[in-house]
Design a protein around this ligand. Structure first.
Ligand code: SF4
Ligand code: SF4
Length: 188
């Protein structure tokens, strides 16, 4: 059919040569690309055993801090959740009961507090919004890889700072001493 715009090009369909029919040029082209990649620098690393250098403004895994007496600082005010642009934070507030003064610093506390690490963009706005200095993004930890999506929902069991610092060091991916030192120097 005649094109209305008259811009259509009539292409001549040439018969394929023997080499083209055997796909030889395409096979050699593919092999040459593979061979070339043997001698170029690898684009991948053996994560999580290896990590790439972090940016000086890197913000990593969250931690819900305790005060100097070991009580949870978070009062479940919800400001972090409101500030979060990714809507990654959810929580349920509760009233502190009699005898729980040594567990929670104020009368209100977070019965549950969850961060969805798949939604989180590690912007740090939750940390900035918190009036109780309860939530921090650690510069020397990152969320480790997981196989299930559910495992990226971090609850209080993984967010609240353990009383013993040794337990804390087993959480998340710990940077090497050199990486942490370098980051600290860059941040200073
Ligand atoms: S770091 Fe940013 S995206 Fe992640 S939970 Fe905090 S406010 Fe939300
Ligand atoms: S972490 Fe801070 S801002 Fe978020 S609910 Fe707790 S006290 Fe409020």
């Amino acid at each position: 059919m005649q094109s209305l715009s008259n811009r259509a090009k009539i292409l001549e369909k040439k018969p394929m040569t023997l080499a083209e029919r055997a796909y030889l040029p395409a096979i050699f082209q593919g092999l040459s690309i593979t061979l070339r990649h043997f001698f170029t620098k690898k684009a991948t690393i053996r994560y999580p055993e290896e990590t790439r250098p972090f940016s000086p403004v890197f913000r990593g895994l969250h931690v819900l801090k305790r005060d100097e007496q070991g009580r949870e600082r978070c009062t479940a005010c919800g400001l972090c959740a409101v500030a979060c642009p990714a809507e990654a934070i959810t929580m349920v507030a509760g009233e502190r009961k009699k005898g729980e003064q040594n567990l929670y610093r104020e009368e209100k506390y977070a019965v549950s507090y969850e961060i969805n690490m798949l939604r989180c963009i590690f912007c740090g706005l939750c940390e900035e919004a918190c009036p109780k200095a309860a939530v921090y993004l650690q510069a020397d930890k990152m969320a480790p890889p997981r196989f299930e999506r559910d495992e990226f929902i971090y609850g209080k069991d993984r967010l609240v700072e353990p009383v013993s610092p040794d337990t804390r060091s087993k959480r998340g991916i710990q940077l090497t001493a050199e990486q942490a030192d370098k980051l600290r120097t860059q941040l200073a």
